[in-house]
Design a binder for this molecule. Structure first.
Ligand code: COA
Length: 320
């Protein structure tokens, strides 16, 4: 039997309308546009409306991706929602999205791997497609982090935002799409980045706890390491990477990775400036932005690398 591959046939995204600029935040906490921009690369972030939840953002991004992929809701047989801000403790946000979109032929579930959620989701979808039992999968990363953000804590509230990004994957017998991946976790780091609030629909006050410097150091070390691993695993070198889409947590982490990997600036997608860190949504959102603005073209070799709370980290190397 010939091998089955999973190719991305469409991407989509959704950002809530409300924009909160660095200037706006400087009126609420003791900070400045200059501090936030130079330390993180962020200029503004989006905040969901009162009645807008992670399932709503997911549904919008998925609809956009299905339209761009020219796939009908009835064709979707697998939906994976990656989120750390589910609407409720249960049922899964994926079930709420299934109802909202009428995905009647899909098996659906959530995964929780923080900022690595979309990368983890792609690897799970790829394995399920490779099993031969699923043909058309949707992976969405969606967050309403504004609901668990402590808006009085300047060390964290300037970093996060809300939004969603999605990709549609289809089984193919052609050697294309996902070529290699690696995902890792290390529970020894549970205490350096965590939140005890949520879920998104309850009006809990925010409480993200983060040891920023420790997180920074881990990201700078692990992201290049795993990137090199997956590119080599697929039989390529860094020079073959046409487009690098790292998790958008801090522009200084991205720049350190570029330097370590010797990837030139024109090959990286940086969208953090206009949306901040949206955890699992960052990579699919950046993927969609790069597709729309022409930075990413059919046939390009793409490297996706993320790192997040847990700690979790992972990379996917694919032909777009
Ligand atoms: N505005 C102004 N000053 C701020 C501030 C803000 N929003 N946040 C912190 N500061 C202050 C601190 O209180 C500190 O003051 P002090 O020197 O008087 O104590 C000073 O700025 C430096 O803070 P520090 O934490 O050392 O800054 P940093 O250079 O490490 O940058 C982060 C902080 C959070 C931007 C950085 O550590 C980071 O990006 N970490 C990784 C975050 C991340 O990736 N999280 C998600 C993982 S998926």
């Amino acid at each position: 039997m010939s091998e089955i591959y999973s190719e991305i046939i469409g991407t989509g995204s959704y950002l809530p309308e409300k924009i909160v600029t660095n200037e706006d935040l400087s009126k609420v906490v003791d900070t400045s546009d200059e501090w936030i921009f130079t330390r993180t690369g962020i200029k503004e972030r989006r905040v969901a409306d009162d009645g807008e939840y992670t399932s709503d953002l997911s549904a919008r991004a998925i609809s956009d991706a299905l339209k761009n992929a020219n796939v009908s809701v009835d064709d979707v047989d697998l939906l994976i929602v990656a989120t750390i801000t589910p609407d409720l403790v249960f049922p899964a946000t994926a079930c709420i999205v299934q109802k909202k979109l009428g995905l009647k032929n899909a098996v659906v579930f959530d995964i929780q791997a923080a900022c690595s959620g979309f990368v983890y989701g792609l690897t799970v979808a790829d394995a399920m497609i490779k099993s031969g039992q699923y043909k058309t999968a949707v992976v969405v990363g969606a967050e309403t982090l504004s609901r668990i953000t402590d808006w009085t804590d300047r060390t964290t509230c300037v970093l996060f935002g809300d939004g969603a990004g999605a990709a549609v994957l289809r089984a193919t017998s052609k050697k294309t799409g996902i070529l290699s991946y690696s995902i890792k976790s290390d529970g020894n780091y549970v205490d350096i980045l965590k939140a005890t609030g949520g879920p998104s629909m309850t009006k809990t006050s925010g409480n993200i706890y983060m040891e920023g410097k420790e997180v920074f150091k881990l990201a700078v070390a692990r992201m290049p390491e795993i990137s090199k691993e997956v590119v080599a695993k697929a039989g390529y070198t860094m020079a073959d990477v046409d487009c690098f889409i790292p998790h958008q947590a801090n522009v200084r982490i991205i720049d350190a990775a570029l330097k370590n990997l010797d990837i030139p600036e024109e090959k990286v997608v940086k969208s953090i400036q206009s949306h901040g860190n949206i955890s699992s949504a960052c990579i699919p959102l950046a993927l969609n932005i790069a597709t729309k603005n022409g930075q990413l073209k059919k046939g390009d070799k793409v490297l996706l690398t993320a790192m997040g709370a847990g700690f979790t980290w992972g990379s996917v190397f694919l032909e777009f």
